[in-house]
Design a protein around this ligand. Structure first.
Ligand code: SF4
Length: 198
């Protein structure tokens, strides 16, 4: 079911499945997830505090023994208190190392930064979406919490080499469409594109 709202600045706000979509933001970005482009550069596994809820935490805790082979920083330290910091309201932050990199990130022999949760999910033939934190799965998009969640774009996106500001304001970049398709599903994306006239 689709409906259109109008924001304070007169821009149409599109609502799909109860999620308000900031089209202006979505149309402003180009994105390609290519681990080789962020070798030695800022990447999405550093510079952020990754928040997870209790359900996400429980899922990740179940995977701790499986990520050990990828992440030396976790190593034998499999107690979740050493991986997560409670910040209240059922919310936790994943610890980072001295380089501000998430403790689940690891570097391959080709110097690519990968996620051990993602790798462990693939090892088990599972979807990484079922294991990784939501905020990681949709980045560089953002989805706010609350009764009226909004899908938008991380305002810091140009700090990362996998993102570019889109020169033409028409349409949604194919890399962004792919992120939406993977996380929200084909029907969500189709409805969004129809409503946005893309
Ligand atoms: S959980 Fe995985 S994807 Fe998210 S920041 Fe950590 S290493 Fe990166």
């Amino acid at each position: 079911m689709l409906s259109t709202e109008w924001s304070d600045n007169g821009q149409p706000k599109i609502v799909v499945d109860g999620i308000r979509v900031d089209m202006q933001a979505l149309k402003s970005i180009q994105h390609r997830c290519l681990p080789e482009v962020c070798r030695g550069a800022p990447n999405c596994c550093s510079r952020y505090q990754i928040h997870v809820g209790e359900k996400e935490l429980e899922t990740i805790v179940g995977f701790l023994p499986l990520v050990e082979k990828y992440t030396a920083s976790i190593g034998n330290d499999l107690e979740y208190e050493n991986v997560f910091d409670a910040v209240g309201n059922g919310c936790f932050i994943i610890d980072a190392d001295e380089n501000e990199q998430c403790v689940f990130a690891y570097t391959t022999a080709a110097e690519e930064t990968l996620c051990s949760l993602h790798s462990a999910a693939i090892d088990l033939d599972l979807s990484p979406l079922d294991v990784k934190p939501k905020c990681c799965s949709i980045w560089p998009l953002t989805l706010s919490d609350g009764p009226e969640p909004e899908l938008s774009v991380d305002p810091k996106f140009t700090s990362f080499p996998c993102n570019r500001k889109k020169s033409a304001p028409e349409g949604i970049d194919s890399g962004i469409q792919e992120t939406i398709r993977i996380y929200f599903g084909e029907s969500f994306l189709s409805e969004l594109l129809v409503k946005a006239g893309c």
